[in-house]
Ligand binder design. Structure first.
Ligand code: NAD
Length: 356
């Protein structure tokens, strides 16, 4: 049986609260199903930077990258900014350092949760490119001033090929769950040269994967369909900042950020974190919904199972997903879903629902 080393980075705000909950679930799974995990904790956060000036370095990331996977809470506080005026958070640095080019963001309407739209069968995977595009720190082509500032959208063929290979293989793997196997590219090739290249490479990769259906929409129309007809989507893939935005629209369709997990992965490294941020407005109140973090932990186990050919890990991931589904169906629900339960009560309901 495999043994895993997990680096844990709780971060800021509600990060430590939801990470604690996820670790309780993992430790229960270790006791119940015989998983073996060692944890190494790293306290990088915007708060640490504010207090000490210390931020994550390449040497830190080399050390952290030795772990089999990283569990990440949330990082960043709106009032803590570095010298460039940007917020501090290790997630962008880690994406660059480990070459995490795809952020997998599954979005599913669970029984017991109400959607603000009429659709009932929402089950999609948004894949956001995360190593380039308009969000990757490539903003250095001229110094910003009070009069003008620029950011650059750069997209490369090599990243697009890897990204779309992931999208088509995810669509194929999701067929096991009865979904049809379909990939949609959301892009803006009518206006952005970078997106012309992205669309061209998408067509090439789609032509090599004709067993999976494919479609393309301009990001503006595609965003409208996300709200008016989300059931048309299975796997949705997009550029970094477009993907950032549409993944949160998608999360809003199924109850919000409190139930939206994510996995930032390359072919060798994985950082698993909820789609939400540090939520300073509710930090310290014991009311953060831990489900997005717990589902991200299940994604970590699923990914480790795939990387290491470890069926136990995959079964435990499925058990956690089943327990979350049962807990949402039975309630009590957390406040962001219209209920009254706090973090601890949601956690206890999930642990009780874990299969024997
Ligand atoms: P946010 O995701 O932290 O919060 C948005 C809203 O959703 C808030 O009302 C919050 O209370 C609510 N919310 C988020 N997670 C929740 C949960 N688990 N349970 C219940 N409600 C939840 O976004 P924001 O307020 O725009 O940003 C706050 C900070 O987080 C900023 O500093 C931002 O840069 C940072 N951030 C970090 C990450 C990350 O670590 N990956 C992602 C996004 C934002």
């Amino acid at each position: 049986m495999a043994h895993y080393d997990i680096a844990v980075m709780p971060g800021d705000g509600i990060g430590p609260e939801v990470v604690d909950a996820a670790l309780s679930v993992l430790k229960e799974c270790q006791a119940r199903y015989g998983l073996t995990i060692n944890y190494a904790f790293y306290d990088f956060s915007a708060d640490l930077y504010r207090r000490t000036g210390r931020k994550i370095t390449a040497a830190d990331m080399d050390e952290i990258g030795e772990a089999d996977a990283v569990l990440f809470g949330a990082m960043g506080l709106p009032d803590v900014r570095g010298p460039e005026g940007l917020e501090l958070g290790a997630q962008v640095e880690m994406r660059a350092h480990y070459g995490l080019f795809s952020s997998l963001r599954p979005v599913r309407l669970f029984p017991g949760v109400e959607s603000p739209v009429k659709a009932k069968d929402i089950d999609m995977l948004v894949i956001r490119e995360t190593s380039e595009g308009m969000f990757a720190g490539l903003s250095d082509y001229h110094e910003p001033s009070d009069e003008s500032a620029s950011d650059r959208m750069t997209i490369t063929r090599a990243t697009c090929e890897k990204l779309f290979d992931v999208a088509f293989s995810q669509a194929r793997a999701r067929r096991k769950r009865g979904t049809p196997g379909h990939v949609t590219l959301l892009h803006k090739s009518n206006a952005l040269r970078s997106n012309v290249l992205m669309e061209k490479v998408f067509d090439e990769v789609a032509a090599r994967n004709t067993d999976v259906g494919s479609a393309k929409y301009y990001i503006d129309a595609g965003s409208m369909y996300m709200v008016t007809d989300p059931e048309r989507y299975d796997v949705v893939v997009s550029e970094n900042i477009f993907g950032d935005i549409i993944s949160e629209i998608a999360a809003g369709l199924v109850g919000g950020l409190g139930v939206a997990p994510s996995a930032d992965v390359s072919l060798t490294h994985g950082v698993f974190q909820p789609s939400h941020g540090s939520a300073p407005d509710i930090a310290g109140k014991g009311i953060a919904n831990p489900i997005a973090m717990i589902l991200s932990t299940a994604m970590m186990l699923e990914w480790l199972g795939g990387q290491h050919d470890d069926d136990l890990c995959i079964r435990v991931a499925q058990n956690i997903q089943a327990a979350v589904e049962a807990a949402l169906a039975s309630g009590p629900l957390a406040r962001d879903l219209g209920g009254t339960a706090g973090t601890q009560q949601v956690l206890e309901t999930i642990i009780k629902a874990l299969p024997a």
